[in-house]
Ligand binder design. Sequence first.
Ligand code: GDP
Length: 444
Amino acid sequence: MAFEGLSERLQSVMSKIRGKGKVTEADVKEMMREVRLALLEADVNFKVVKDFVKRVSERAVGQEVLKSLTPGQQVIKVVKEELTELMGGEQSKIAVASRPPTVIMMVGLQGAGKTTTTGKLANLLRKRYNRNPMLVAADIYRPAAIKQLETLGKQLNMPVFSLGDQVSPVEIAKQAIEKAKEEHYDYVLIDTAGRLHIDETLMDELKQMKEIAKPDEIFLVVDAMTGQDAVNVAQSFHEQLGITGVILTKLDGDTRGGAALSIRAVTNTPIKFVGMGEKLDALEPFHPERMASRILGMGDVLTLIEKAQAAVDEEKAKELEQKMRTATFTLDDFLEQLGQVRKLGPLDEILKMIPGFHKIKGLNNLQIDEKQISRVEAIIRSMTKEEKMHPEIINGSRKKRIAKGSGTSVQEVNRLLKQFDEMKKMMKMMTNMPKGKKKGFKFP
Ligand code: GDP
């Protein structure tokens, strides 16, 4: 999970200072000693940690804290603001060319997730920003890369420009941009060649492509899990090629967070997007403030709302609500609802976006068993249409058949049917309740 270790450490440091009515210099010193250790353990660049600690310490013993009525909370506010600043302050938006198409070169070392991210970015551009992108397969050295991009294009139902692996990448880029102009694509995403290490040939080729393609953005894709290596790669690429932004992949598996916290300060280039999973919709615009909030356990409601808006089909939601009201909610509808929740992403990541969630006793170590949800889905899928509409007809032999078909047990089928039955009863209660009472009704 992203930032797990750092998040826990910082939250425990902050909880000690939160309620303090008076904050002394010694308190700040003690707190900053722990913050410093937490950041170093998270693999944040040494110099970045030093500067960060200095800035927070200065502000934390300054007037803004001393004069405040709640100094403990004020110190936390300072930490959050400086953490936000460290990651770039404002969100850094993607460029839009004044004359389309906007050309984006995707660069990076092999395995960082460049090709996958090219697909994800195109998907995001279309879904969130209503754009019409074209993908360009210019990674001619890794034979599978062209195929991989073509497969992504098919999945997304998006055009992929390719001239095979015998034409030079620069020529491919040139022709692709021409074609995008003719056919009115507004974004061109060029998947360039990766290498295992940075070498001169790679850089020369990328420089040539930059010269010809005149990109509006050069995004470097780096793997967050490689920590300070990612920072070094970013620095090298920036010095030699000049990048306009970083896309940090695999943040979902990065428990430390060192790269995310150091890249901006070391290279002076912003993180523009972060990859949070392998699926094509697992790419998020990077918001420094929201990320700081997540790290400090303050939740991230805005991202949660955006995710829900993107994932939940409004028409369907209305339909489901109507069914709940009229108590005609079937197992099929339940399945649909599970699917919608799932589209939001891994559940433990989602729960972390709810402010204060970590403070609820017994829930901070909650392991959400995604497999359990898959089993429930499998059980419902193994039912006939009739059974889903009228679960009361499911007798012993039907239960056996369903359990077998879904690879589960009769007990599990029973449990689901019981839960569903209770859910329906609850819905009935809500619909039959007089209006005044319904208002205060809390779902258990
Ligand atoms: P390339 O060599 O840089 O083009 O790398 P690929 O696009 O082939 O990706 C390498 C691997 O990383 C693939 O298995 C991807 O599914 C995986 N990957 C890419 N981005 C993410 C991410 O944000 N999270 C996770 N968990 N895996 C990712």
